[in-house]
Ligand binder design. Structure first.
Ligand code: ADP
Ligand code: MG
Ligand code: MG
Length: 250
């Protein structure tokens, strides 16, 4: 689904990624770990098409409907319409826009892109409420402005709800566990597990292996010095937890 080759990228004239290779197939869950400042968020933002991050070499190709698209040539809104979802490390507050309105506008944009009819308002509310019940999210969430005055845990849960409604093919979760207490983290992990499916893929960016006790990845990668320096199974996360990152960095 996603094939990244020899990716070099910079932001604000600073080179961050230096020849990164990384592949994700349909149905897989990959965890990307790495020291602070290694470029994990940079990688997520490049996949999502953030305009501040400049790709200087390499390709980010995404296969959808048997067609290969180079995400580095696409605008973020077009990447999102193709089913790529980025859950931010720091979710943004959007005053004046209700959660329900936001979800409906996003959902409709995808319907239009896929050429399927939009849902009627009442049917959409029922559809969203059902997802909220599945994810044990309080109904009051819908009327509130997007993320405004939400706790850290509520913001993350709200992103899980967005994923449940939009049903993305490729889910990128950037440090979704950061700043969460154990109970909120378990709820978020449960949400991620509920949304796992054989035709969607998940990339979990995480500094600590704690989240991986609750969401079992198929593969674990360590990003350091601008590249993936080691890949393995879930045991690699435990090794990193025990030994830190220094042994992986020359
Ligand atoms: P990680 O998520 O692994 O902690 P980041 O991708 O956020 O790392 O950052 C990698 C490096 O790039 C850091 O040194 C960070 O300060 C720098 N960086 C990231 N975004 C920007 C930006 N918009 N402007 C300037 N420097 C940035
Ligand atoms: Mg980060
Ligand atoms: Mg771009």
């Amino acid at each position: 689904m996603l094939k990244i080759k020899n990716l070099h990228a910079k932001v604000a004239d600073k080179t961050i990624l230096k020849g990164l290779d990384f592949e994700v197939n349909e149905g897989e869950v990959h965890a990307i770990m790495g020291p602070n400042g290694a470029g994990k968020s940079t990688l997520s933002k490049i996949i999502a098409g953030h305009p501040d991050y400049e790709v200087t070499e390499g390709t980010v190709s995404y296969e959808v409907n048997f067609k290969e698209k180079d995400l580095t040539d696409m605008e973020p809104e077009d990447i999102a319409r193709e089913g790529v979802f980025l859950s931010f490390q720091y979710p943004v507050e959007v005053p004046g826009v209700s959660n329900l309105g936001f979800l409906k506008a996003s959902f409709n944009a995808i319907c239009r892109h896929q050429g399927v009819p939009e849902m009627e308002d009442a049917a959409f509310v029922d559809f969203v409420r059902e997802k909220m019940d599945d994810l044990k999210i309080k109904r009051g969430f819908l009327d509130r402005p997007v993320n405004v005055d939400f706790s850290g845990g509520e913001k993350k849960r709200n992103e899980i709800l967005q994923m449940a409604v939009l049903n993305p093919r490729l889910k990128l979760l950037d440090e979704t566990d950061s700043g969460l207490d154990v109970d909120s983290m378990k709820i978020v992990a449960e949400g991620i597990n509920t949304l796992r499916s054989k035709n969607s893929s998940t990339i979990l960016v995480t500094h600590y292996q704690r989240l991986l006790d609750y969401v079992k990845p198929d593969y674990v990668h360590v990003l350091a010095e601008g590249r993936i320096v080691k890949s393995g199974g879930p045991e690699l996360a435990l090794e990193v937890e025990e030994k830190g990152y220094d042994w992986l960095v020359k």
